[in-house]
Design a protein around this ligand. Structure first.
Ligand code: F6P
Length: 506
């Protein structure tokens, strides 16, 4: 049935952005929406402006039909009800329960784990582990990208503890953290859902050795484990009192809200971490309750599908016009590409069109002087998201922020308007789409809502494509082969054999 809707979508007229604005004076009211967050007296919000995309009434109606055909309402209800939505792994996907929205038992369990985490965070702040000035957080993928982003976004003005996130197995990453930390006042957070990930466990062993070699008598006593496999953490050497569990039903790339967020709470303090969860919960409630085009993550997914499936765009770009959000593109790469980079549908049959585009991006204004040439005049059509904050994150002269925002808004305007020229090399075709997400401020509340928005957008895209966003079997084969290389005894293709021989491995 979805084929018929896609056919209809393909057959619809595709007016230019200029035509869309000209023909609909209310376009901004329909496609630019403020979402209020927080309590009335400290109300804050985010503006989601999708008016510079090619969505129009006809496409919206057809995409709403597609959502109905793909049972968006049913799959969303199943997500929030804690049903088995990750069918290939037989699991629920209960990241929203971490924010207090979801199945009652799961919400209660998450609240209990958070209560324990809050107590441990506060005890460490009060000195329960001696003086703690530095925290080396060791994890990879979903166990590192979220904490690194959140700490960078929210703790720049001062952190209760100095956090270093180490993910790469390359020892250079650990050494950089060691250089910045005094072993006598450093604690470790070992973050791994499975507590088996090779990179994380190797880095954790080396960090323990570093503490021991530098006079810490009981290095395991300086470790907090963040995991859905508490027994494995205890077997490895962490005392039960310092193991912070979370549920198996929380996916790795959706786990920032669980105990994986420990370094964020350590850096900011528990009250701010609670605000961060509340911001995400506000987005959950919006996503759960709003319908059709009024649902912001679904609206964004309609536009994503327009560009990926109707126009064949192979990438989408995200530019943070805010240094605090510099790591957002990295975070979104895992969220979107590990979730939706799939070739089979929920029922195991091949997909009937492209799935996740390649997510890439950077920070404005740096990116303007590096990659924007291609966005404005290249042959690839790249839908772009701009993300900015009205409040600056610094105390420098106001010109900095004014120029930053002017540049951000100028890029969207330029992409859309283009510019004619007699000289083809100087002409801009225009009609290039962008969306703008404008935060009132970068605060725990708005940041929580921003991240949750992207989680739900990813889910909504998956539903429209009929795929499961919660498994990631595509990462396994490379891991298997790396293990075989480590173990020795397997013969590989001639190219790989030659590389191994030259590097002296195996
Ligand atoms: O290899 C992919 C992956 O499984 C991600 O999905 C996950 O976030 C990451 O590895 C880390 O896994 P873990 O938290 O179990 O160490």
């Amino acid at each position: 049935m979805s084929e018929a809707v896609w056919k209809k979508l393909q057959g619809l007229e595709k007016p230019t952005l200029a035509q869309l604005f000209d023909s609909d004076p209310a376009r901004l009211d329909t496609f630019a929406t403020e979402l209020e967050l927080g309590e009335e007296e400290n109300s804050t919000g985010i503006r989601f402006d999708w008016s510079k995309t090619h969505l129009d009434a006809a496409h919206v109606a057809a995409f709403e039909e597609l959502a109905a055909v793909m049972d968006f309402a049913g799959r969303r209800a199943a997500l929030f009800a804690g049903e088995i939505v990750n069918t290939t792994e037989g699991r629920a996907a209960e990241h929203t329960a971490q924010r207090g929205i979801g199945k009652e038992e799961s919400v209660d369990l998450a609240a209990m784990y958070h209560h324990r985490m809050a107590a441990i965070v506060e005890a460490i702040h009060r000195g329960a582990m001696g003086e703690v000035k530095h925290l080396i957080h060791i994890g990879i993928g979903g166990s590192a990208l979220g904490p690194a982003l959140a700490v960078d976004a929210l703790a720049r003005k001062g952190a209760l503890v100095d956090v270093h996130v180490v993910s790469n197995i390359d020892g250079c990453a650990l050494e950089q953290a060691f250089k910045a930390c005094d072993p006598a006042t450093t604690m470790l957070a070992v973050a791994s859902k499975t507590f088996t990930t090779l990179e994380t466990m190797t880095n954790a062993e080396s960090a323990i050795a570093w503490l021991r070699d530098n006079g810490v008598e009981d290095p395991y006593g300086r470790v907090v484990a963040l995991t859905a496999s508490p027994e494995k953490a205890m077997e490895w050497g962490v005392d039960e009192t310092r193991v912070l569990p979370f549920s198996e039903s929380v996916g790795g790339r959706y786990s920032l809200w669980s105990s994986i967020g420990f370094p964020v709470a350590m850096a900011l303090g528990w009250p701010d971490f609670a605000e961060f969860l509340a911001g995400a919960a506000a987005m959950d409630v919006h996503f759960r309750d709003a319908d059709g085009i009024d649902n912001l993550p679904l609206r964004a997914a309609f536009a994503d599908q327009y560009y990926t499936r109707l126009l064949g765009c192979q990438t989408r770009a995200v530019f943070a016009y805010d240094e605090r959000l510099a790591l957002l593109p990295d975070y979104l790469q895992q969220l979107e590409m590990e979730s939706n980079g799939k070739s089979v549908k929920m029922d195991g049959t091949p997909v009937d069109g492209p799935t996740a585009p390649i997510t890439w991006g950077g920070v404005g204004t740096d990116a303007q002087h590096a990659v924007f040439q291609l966005l404005h005049q290249g042959t690839n059509l790249v839908p772009v998201d701009f993300i900015a904050s009205i409040e600056p994150g610094h105390d420098q002269a106001s010109a900095h922020h004014r120029i930053l925002l002017s540049n951000c808004f100028a890029q969207g305007a330029a992409l859309m308007a283009g510019k004619a020229s007699e000289d083809p090399a100087r002409a801009y075709a225009g009609n290039r789409p962008s969306a703008t997400i404008l935060l009132d401020e970068v605060s725990p509340v708005t940041f929580g809502a921003l991240v949750a928005f992207h989680e739900h957008r990813t889910f909504a895209n998956a539903v429209l494509m009929g795929i499961n966003p919660f498994d990631q079997f595509g990462v396994e084969l490379g891991k298997e082969i790396a293990n075989k290389i480590e173990q020795g005894g397997t013969t590989f293709d001639p190219s790989t054999e030659a590389l191994l021989a030259i590097a002296g491995i195996g």
